[in-house]
Design a protein around this ligand. Structure first.
Ligand code: PEP
Ligand code: MG
Length: 324
């Protein structure tokens, strides 16, 4: 199978009837980037910058952060790359993070909330990212945004850092794009108001489903309860892609669902065209896309969703088996 995927590396992710997809890589450690060449991904759709922090006993210095980002950028080369700013807290606790234990860490003081309340740390990371990008393009994305106001506040800190760099005669990115993850239900219903404010969006289905179904993604007793292939979840995913298209905001998915064939196919039927996933998922995904008559499958899948079939998963599987 590996040899078969290797043959697809330089071929585009296009269905038999000409619908184009873009496949990206999720990464967080340097070695994840080895997958770029091996899979022919368009670029890195999600770079989880907290990994450097999670493996460090102390807060990485500005220099350490910049060196890490610079190395990653060098390896990604001319491909596109999205750096997600620190997503600490919740299920991602770094060794140096003290503080009181929270009753509900997933709903607590984490990710962008931490960044906005501790702008000193956040700005240090932004400074490191700007420094590392030199005069290349820089794409940033914020995790766990809950409101338009939070996004605007965070973006203002990015602008402040760019001004700071200019003031001190430092290089600034040739192009800056600032995006946000859609991983809270409140933000999923904020997209219309983001027109001309956000440069791109990426749906984090792992957290989005956790919050949507009130089911802890880390707790095996309940995590299996949330099904993306259910009418409520698909209605939400449809609302998100339609809102983004209406507001002309480029949108991708970078949660694990984007790398699972069945889920990805259904999400594609809803209108998603950019998927970011773990390296090992890319080959099988490209093969599935290239083997598909999209229009036919999409019509049937959308009909099923609209008719609110209760066992969607089973019905969709049938459709796929028939089309093989
Ligand atoms: C997500 O929540 O779907 C996501 C991609 O972010 P993480 O898994 O790092 O929380
Ligand atoms: Mg997340």
């Amino acid at each position: 199978e590996r040899a078969e995927y290797a043959k697809l590396v330089d071929l585009p992710a296009v269905t038999k009837d000409g619908v184009k997809f873009e496949l990206f890589l999720n990464a967080g450690l340097s070695f994840d980037l080895d997958h770029l060449e091996a899979t022919g991904a368009e670029g890195v759709g999600l770079f989880r910058t907290e990994f450097q922090f999670l493996s460090s006993q102390t807060v990485p210095t500005l220099e350490e952060q910049a060196a890490f980002y610079e190395d990653a950028m060098a390896r990604v080369g001319d491909r596109s790359m999205v750096f997600r700013t620190l997503d600490l807290g919740g299920d991602k606790v770094a060794p140096f993070m003290g503080g009181d234990r929270e009753e509900n860490p997933a709903l607590g003081w984490r990710a962008l909330r931490l960044a906005l309340d501790k702008p000193y740390f956040f700005r240090r990371q932004l400074r490191a990212l700007i420094r590392a990008s030199k005069s290349r393009p820089l794409r940033l994305m914020f995790p766990m945004v809950c409101s338009v106001k939070e996004f605007i506040e965070a973006r203002a800190l990015v602008d402040a850092e760019i001004e700071w760099a200019k003031k001190f005669g430092r290089e600034t990115p040739s192009k800056l794009e600032v995006g946000a993850m859609v991983e809270t239900p409140s933000f999923a219903f904020s997209i219309d108001a983001l027109k001309d404010k956000v440069d791109f969006l990426s749906v984090g289905t792992n957290d989005l489903m956790q919050f949507f179904f009130a089911a802890d993604r880390e707790n095996k007793l309940v995590s299996e309860r949330y099904d993306l292939l259910s009418y409520p979840a698909l209605s939400l995913m449809k609302h998100i892609v339609e809102s983004a298209n209406r507001a002309q905001i480029p949108i991708s998915i970078c949660g694990e669902a984007a790398g699972r064939p069945l889920e990805a196919l259904v999400l594609a039927c809803l209108g998603y065209r950019r998927l970011s996933m773990q390296g090992a998922r890319l080959g099988p995904m490209k093969r599935m896309i290239r083997g598909m008559e999209f229009a036919k499958v999409s019509e049937k899948v959308n009909f099923l969703i609209d008719s609110q079939t209760t066992d969607l998963r089973k019905e969709i599987l049938k459709i796929i088996q028939q089309s093989d």
